[in-house]
Design a protein around this ligand. Structure first.
Ligand SMILES: Nc1ncnc2c1ncn2[C@@H]1O[C@H](COP(=O)(O)OP(=O)(O)O)[C@@H](O)[C@H]1O
Ligand SMILES: [Mg+2]
Length: 243
């Protein structure tokens, strides 16, 4: 569903991501973790077709992202860490606009349950300036889910949400994976990632240091101890935070 082969991204002479290979199958939620600056956002932008990789290949839902970007992008949704919205469109108008871009028929009947799921149903006629940060984030997510993507990339989706918002977001992610979506999710909230992820990939300075099922990666870094948390594994795998 998501196949990444030898992905590399350089900014000028600086290599942000190198030789990254992994795949995510339908039903899997991959937690992408690593210290600040490890290359998580860069990776997610490359996988979504926002920025071109320097080398390597990305296939999304069977479509090569560079050879057939429109088909690949039709199947995916990218949820950036900074919500960007149109100042003069209301919540409902955002959904109508996105529906038109993606050619979603009958978006009215999809929009209503989506706004309920994301607790925005009371804000349908509000402009972004009248929304809290968490609500803006939820609107970005509603817009991304409207075309029913089978592949989803979330960059720090839980940051900035209140506890109930976090629980609902986790439930939404798990439910979509159970319905067959392939999902990549970056977060520093490791105790929350542990609850939603089936798999984990640890990045350090742009390179993969571990990748596999949660149990498999745990086994690799737990030295035989039982019940080692993902946080502890992260620290062992990355040698602590690097800013
Ligand atoms: N547009 C850019 N131009 C130059 N360097 C960048 C750019 N975007 C990110 N970087 C650098 O690439 C590295 C990885 O950044 P990023 O992917 O945002 O990391 P993360 O999301 O894991 O914190 C950092 O050193 C960052 O400064
Ligand atoms: Mg980032």
């Amino acid at each position: 569903m998501i196949e990444v082969e030898a992905l590399a991204k350089r900014y000028g002479s600086f290599t942000a991501v190198r030789n990254l290979t992994f795949s995510v199958r339908p039903g899997e939620v991959l937690g992408l973790v690593g210290p600040n600056g490890a290359g998580k956002t860069t990776t997610l932008r490359c996988l979504s077709g926002i920025i071109p990789p320097t080398s390597g290949s990305v296939r999304v839902a069977g479509h090569d992202l560079s050879a057939d970007p429109v088909s690949a992008k039709r199947a995916l949704a990218f949820f950036p860490d900074e919500p960007r919205l149109f100042d003069y469109l209301t919540v409902r108008q955002h959904l109508a606009f996105v529906a038109r871009i993606y050619g979603v028929a009958d978006h009215e009947s999809l929009a209503t349950p989506l706004l309920q799921e994301l607790e925005l149903d009371g804000k349908a006629d509000a402009l972004p300036g009248e929304l809290s940060r968490g609500m803006k984030q939820k609107l970005v997510i509603a817009c991304g889910l409207l075309h029913s993507p089978s592949v989803m990339f979330f960059d720090e989706p839980l940051t900035g949400l209140d506890p109930l918002g976090i629980r609902r977001m986790k439930d939404s992610i798990v439910r979509r994976a159970q319905a067959g979506a392939a999902i990549v999710l970056s977060s520093h909230l490791l105790h929350l990632l542990e609850e939603v992820c089936t798999n984990v990939l640890i990045l350090k300075k742009g390179e993969k240091v571990a990748d596999g099922t949660l149990a498999g990666v745990s086994a690799q870094f737990s030295n035989g101890e039982a019940g080692v948390s993902l946080e502890e594994i992260f620290i062992r795998a990355t040698g602590g935070s690097e800013g």
